[in-house]
Design a protein around this ligand. Structure first.
Ligand SMILES: *Cc1c(COP(=O)(O)O)cnc(C)c1O
Length: 395
């Protein structure tokens, strides 16, 4: 029996090392990694730039508290602001913490601006924002809330991308609207860019804040640095994590000056957030992702992947229903159980991730090449073929 809490249904695979888009088990079997540790290892495994950044920093200093100036933290913060809408950044260590900071900042903004009653956020059915008490309340999913006492107060859920429903849900206590530009865990469900534009206008009209959770969609995943750029709008507050550290735990909450100014000394904190090791790696990730042409390549590879998958969905229309997503954040909505396709892919040396709405998530590293996309598509083709003949045998 394992000493670990049984919170995960684990595959039983154990990886000893990784290289680019591939992982190798302790016995040397190779797996094509189209999961990237759930959109985390954005530059693949053992990227030389990241390995160098981490090992060089490890020889200097690992940790000092946030009671001191941390040069690389200032630098990464400034670079994130220069490349986005933001004026201020708070560093954390995970996605949930980045969302938690976003929720606190939204409440605090209204508090210091004379509207302390505005503490509620409008969220969306099927959303995922993390596993802390506040973020499970924000996500509002029964399976995540069950058994953990009364949900944290302050979240009002609406269904679908329905601007009228959002408007109807706005009250005197509403602080803002929180959503993912593409629902990752919820099944790679795209939010229409038009809806994001309408939300931006509605928030401005009502004097409330737009909060985007870009923990999964950010850092190049969709072919733009952050996904909201596709919609041509900017949020007031944004959470980022996953790809930001390329595999090292880094989270960030980005805000406008108006919101950031409300977070005065003592209002929030994190012991580990923004520590020198994390910041060295975060800066190295940006070195690569913000290089001219990198994001265009991601968009290009994403198109290639989606085109190939659309062909496979036609060919295997008894197994696959639809291809979704943007850039290298792609979902395969299945007709058979998604877990069966994931298992069939794993048997053939390819890793993917389950998502809600019976979807298989494809999250290759952003450095993926044509050969690996071709290999992935051939593997999906073979797995679908095998599922089909298995179903035929059973019939
Ligand atoms: C993964 C995820 C989170 C939670 O991140 P953790 O690092 O697991 O806390 C929050 N929001 C979104 C959109 C995510 O995909």
């Amino acid at each position: 029996m394992s000493a670990l809490l049984p919170t995960y249904a684990r595959s039983g695979l154990s990886f000893a090392r990784g290289e680019g888009a591939f992982l190798f088990t302790e016995t040397g079997e190779r797996y094509l990694d189209f999961s990237s540790g759930i959109a985390v290892t954005a530059l693949g495994h053992a990227h030389p730039r990241l390995v160098e950044a981490l090992t060089e920093q490890a020889k200097k200093v690992w940790h000092v508290s946030n009671l001191h100036h941390i040069a690389d933290q200032e630098r990464l913060g400034q670079r994130l602001c220069d490349a986005t809408f933001a004026d201020r950044v708070f560093f954390a260590n995970s996605g949930a913490e980045a969302v938690e900071a976003a929720i606190k900042a939204a409440r605090r903004y209204h508090f210091v601006n004379g509207a302390p009653e505005r503490y509620r956020l409008i969220t969306f059915q099927g959303a995922f924002h993390g596993r802390t008490l506040a973020t499970i309340a924000a996500g509002g999913q029964g399976k995540h809330l069950e058994g953990f006492g009364p949900p944290v107060d302050g979240f009002d859920q609406v269904a679908g991308s329905d601007i009228e429903a959002v408007e109807a849900a706005i009250g005197d206590e509403t602080a803002g609207v929180l959503l993912e530009p593409i629902m990752g865990e919820g099944g790679m469900r795209e939010v229409p860019w038009r809806f994001l534009q309408d939300l931006r206008a509605l928030c401005d009209e009502k004097g409330i804040l737009l909060l985007l959770d870009e923990v999964q969609t950010g850092v190049g995943r969709t072919g733009r640095f952050y996904a909201h750029e596709w919609a041509g709008i900017t949020p007031d507050i944004m959470s980022s994590a996953k790809g930001l550290g390329g595999g090292f735990p880094v989270g960030a909450c980005l805000t406008t000056e108006a919101v950031g100014a409300a977070m005065t000394p003592g209002t929030h904190g994190s012991t580990f957030g923004g520590n020198p090791l994390a910041m060295a790696v975060g800066n190295a990730v940006l070195d690569v992702v913000l290089e001219p042409g990198f994001l265009e390549d991601v968009a290009q590879m994403g198109l290639r992947l989606k085109q190939r998958l659309a062909g496979l969905a036609d060919e295997h229309d008894d197994i696959l229903e639809e291809v979704r997503g943007q850039g290298l954040m792609v979902g395969l909505k299945c007709k058979t159980e998604n877990s069966k396709l994931i298992a069939a892919l794993r048997e053939r040396g390819m890793l993917t991730v389950q998502a809600g709405d019976n979807v298989v998530r494809l999250l290759p590293p952003l450095i993926v090449g044509e050969a690996e996309i071709d290999l992935a598509c051939a593997t999906i083709d073979a797995a679908c073929g095998a599922l089909k003949s298995r179903a035929r045998e059973q019939a």
